[in-house]
Design a protein around this ligand. Structure first.
Ligand code: NAD
Ligand code: DAU
Length: 356
């Protein structure tokens, strides 16, 4: 797919963490594209994340729910959308354990609505059209230490309501390709970190708590392993796959950068304490082992060889630099953190961690 032609791309969930980086990337890099960001602005969506591009002539925001088929239909028709990058989702595993039905509604039905709207609106005229579904490595289940990393052919084995809902949405995307011929690509990415991540997730939560000298809740024994990738490397990979990925294919995206949770937390303590001029090890006392997450997957690791081989993508940011910059960003954006963590988030935090 040429990236020189004019296009209209609908990004769903563009006010969230990864979505805001994807919107910024496309708005800046492709001034000849129209980028429409549709987002319901749940607790996780925040237009402040896009303040620096909100006035760009090729960008517009529409508040809308992917659960509403009629709204998706009219958006696609009226705006003459020819590309969809679908990120809107409920994304937090812990919340999925508390409210699985919401995850089915947004992640499964929301995806199905968009697929159906695209199928109707594009009605067999597939040339120049593309539906890019942004998914997760969690659909593959959990790895044992030493087991080979997930590849695109690893069988699906989701354990949480979140990963089950994402797996289900992936299956629907493939079904629309195989049954109706809808032009689709899928990406399954590992854990992202970077600016604008909602502070319910491990890295921003710990940065915030170290600054505030609050306990750092580590689930279980802290031995669980995640494969971390900078969010801007993810946005670049989405760009490559959206434009040049093969129709109907899935691509894994990952950093080849596995860390045990306890080691990440120790790294964050070192970085934050250093920034604040505190003595070495000052915040070690904040480490608090708490009750484990139900169904907690032991290890994720991504084999992104297909993406490297076919499209030449490799991550550009080292973890050491990326994490240091991320720590600085959160410390310099205390207002952003305060805004997104006030009110409803305070209640969530008390409920999630109160009795743990
Ligand atoms: P996020 O929770 O930060 O943002 C989700 C966005 O979707 C928010 O802006 C929210 O308002 C919006 N949204 C939620 N429900 C909606 C609805 N019904 N209609 C319209 N908008 C709605 O999530 P994120 O971490 O940026 O993840 C984005 C996508 O990437 C998700 O699909 C997630 O499964 C996937 N993913 C995330 C990671 C990660 O590490 N965060 C890794 C791999 C894949
Ligand atoms: O792997 C990709 C996935 O990564 C995405 O699909 C999800 O949307 C995203 O939320 C993320 O899921 P995780 O559950 O891996 O991320 P989280 O930051 O919630 O947790 C990372 C690890 O840290 C996990 O093993 C659980 C642990 N943890 C998390 C929190 C919030 C703790 O030990 N304490 C905590 O307070």
């Amino acid at each position: 797919m040429a990236d020189s032609q004019q296009r209209c791309i609908l990004v769903t969930g563009g006010a969230g963490f990864i979505g805001s980086h994807v919107v910024r990337h496309f708005v800046r890099k492709y001034p000849h594209y129209r980028i429409i960001n549709v987002d319901q602005l749940t607790y996780a969506g925040n237009l402040e994340n896009l303040a620096d591009v909100q006035d760009a002539p090729n960008y517009c925001f529409v508040r809308g729910d992917v659960g509403d088929l009629e709204t998706m239909r009219s958006l696609l028709r009226e705006q003459k959308v020819d590309g969809i990058i679908h990120l809107a989702a409920e994304s937090h595993v812990d919340r999925s354990i508390c409210d699985p039905l919401l995850f089915a509604r947004t992640n499964v039905m929301g995806t199905l609505n968009l697929l159906q709207a695209a199928r109707e609106c594009w009605s067999g005229q597939w040339e120049g059209r593309r539906f890019h579904h942004v998914s997760t490595d969690e659909v593959y289940g959990a790895l044992e230490p030493g087991e080979a990393a997930f590849s695109e052919t690893t069988p699906y084995s989701p354990h949480s309501p979140y990963s089950a809902s994402k797996a289900s949405s992936d299956h629907f995307v493939r079904a629309y390709h195989d049954t109706y011929g809808l032009p689709v690509v899928l990406t399954n990415c590992s854990n992202n970190y970077g600016p604008y991540q909602f502070p319910e997730k491990l890295i921003p939560l710990c940065i915030h708590n170290i600054c505030e000298e609050k306990p750092l809740p580590i689930y279980g024994n802290g031995e669980n392993v995640r494969d971390w990738l900078h969010v801007q490397d993810h946005a670049q990979a989405i760009d490559e796959v959206f434009h040049r990925g093969r129709d109907g294919e899935s691509y894994n995206i990952g950093g080849g950068n596995e860390w045990r949770n306890i080691d990440i937390v120790r790294k964050l303590i070192r970085l934050v304490d250093e920034e604040l001029g505190r003595p070495v090890g000052y915040s070690d006392r904040l480490i608090t082992f708490v009750a484990d997450r139900a169904g907690h997957d032991l290890r994720y690791a991504i084999n992104a060889e297909k993406l490297r081989r076919e499209l030449g993508w490799v991550p550009q940011r080292s973890f050491e630099t990326g994490l240091r910059e991320t720590v600085k960003w959160y410390m310099e954006h205390a207002d952003w953190v305060r805004n997104v963590t006030s009110g409803a988030y305070e209640r969530y935090y008390a409920e999630m961690y109160g009795d743990r």
